[in-house]
Design a protein around this ligand. Structure first.
Ligand code: SF4
Length: 208
């Protein structure tokens, strides 16, 4: 995948605050709509969790509206921002905690599930916590026959037990899965020329 797509190591966001806000807003939303909400924030108070913690909730709702479920997302975003600055002097202080402890703390907050927690840990906090998303599940199912119902943490362990424990690799690997899912392994897969086709169980089983 890396040969085809190049090194990606990405999360679209210029700052830690923007990565966290993007990870929250992208739940059940296309990235293009998240970008509209982030653009609204940029042209208003800024993509700044400390400001969001003090922002009027109605104003925040209007700003994040393009990302959908805007009332729920505004409430959760403000809740998380308020939690961070109510408990820590800075985001950096919160992120200085041990990975497992920080993950449990993130998971205890309203609106943060495993995928969002791992996205925040890996891309904002720079911790080695692999991200599983819908593309990863679909590709692992088609390529290796892993059940789509496999539990999030088990699938994460299965992958991380087989790759080097390295933040850069985790970041890139997740981004490669996303790229493969967008370009080839779509709902209706485009197997011809897919860079994973040589490994793929689905491709072998469906070869004409
Ligand atoms: S070969 Fe087809 S099914 Fe397999 S990963 Fe590529 S697109 Fe998906």
């Amino acid at each position: 995948m890396r040969k085809r797509f190049g090194f990606r190591d990405w999360w679209p966001g210029d700052t830690k605050d923007e990565i966290i806000i993007g990870a929250m807003l992208t739940q059940q939303a296309s990235w293009s709509n998240v970008e509209k909400a982030i653009s609204n924030l940029k042209s208003s108070a800024g993509v700044d969790l400390r400001k969001i913690s003090a922002m009027d909730i109605r104003k925040l709702e209007m700003l994040v509206r393009p990302s959908g479920f805007y009332r729920q997302k505004a409430r959760r975003l403000k809740g998380i921002a308020s939690y961070i600055f109510g408990n820590y002097p800075s985001l950096g202080r919160m992120f200085s905690k041990e990975t497992g402890e920080l993950r449990q703390e993130l998971l205890s907050l309203d609106g943060i599930g495993p995928e969002t927690a791992d996205s925040i840990l890996l891309y904002a906090a720079g911790k080695p916590s692999f991200v599983i998303d819908a593309y990863t599940k679909r590709i692992m199912n088609r390529v290796y026959g892993i059940g789509l119902d496999m539990d999030y943490d088990n699938l994460k362990t299965l992958i991380t037990d087989n790759i080097k424990d390295d933040i850069e690799l985790y970041s890139d690997f997740h981004a490669q899965f996303v790229e493969l899912g967008k370009r080839y392994c779509r709902t209706r897969p485009i197997c011809k020329d897919c860079p994973a086709s040589g490994l793929c169980r689905y491709k072998r089983m469906n070869a004409k």
